[in-house]
Design a protein around this ligand. Sequence first.
Ligand code: AMP
Length: 206
Amino acid sequence: MASIMYNAILLFGAPGSGKGTQGKILGAIPGFYHSATGDLFRALDMNSDMGKMVKGYSSRGELVPDDFTIKLWTQHMAALVASKRLDPQSIMLLMDGVPRNPAQAKLLEPLVRVHRIIHLVCSDLDQMVQRMRLRAIKENRMDDADEKVIRHRFEVYEKETRPVLEHYTQDKIIRIEAGNSIMQVLQDILAALTPLKEAFDLTQEC
Ligand code: AMP
């Protein structure tokens, strides 16, 4: 059987830049599906060996190993397809939190056609730290509760994740100012994605 090829838009940016917030809203639009690796990891049983391993990395603000991450993501997507909750032909994925380094981008190449990269850019580090602190309380996230872990997450982003941008052709990357209000960021993303989404939906109707 030929392997599945997913169509996707990457939601890209530093921790606290709003990928999850925007992904959840956009994921409510028919034809989009929001998929966040962080959510997948948090849904694991934390008493299982897998859960304990993931918790070890995430509580230190480090990346979970690539092979495990991509395998978990691939299996999760395949299960959605098999149970008919997701039709890869007609759905545009909003990938949030993956790929997180160039090696993951390479592993995803045979599986994912990346149409656009929404790069949420926020120059105000303190604003993002503040967002993460609020999220730690609201969502009971240990990795965002500790200032030292938060700072380390930014270092990991700069060193390991940002180079992912070089993996794709620059005409696919759309920079959006992430320091603005949720509504403004949403409006900017919608303006950038509307022509692509409409063209993609038209190919489904033919
Ligand atoms: P997030 O919810 O995207 O901020 O992710 C929370 C934590 O989950 C990260 O700090 C990593 O430990 C782990 N994680 C999420 N996505 C990935 C990924 N693609 N690769 C490796 N680790 C990840």
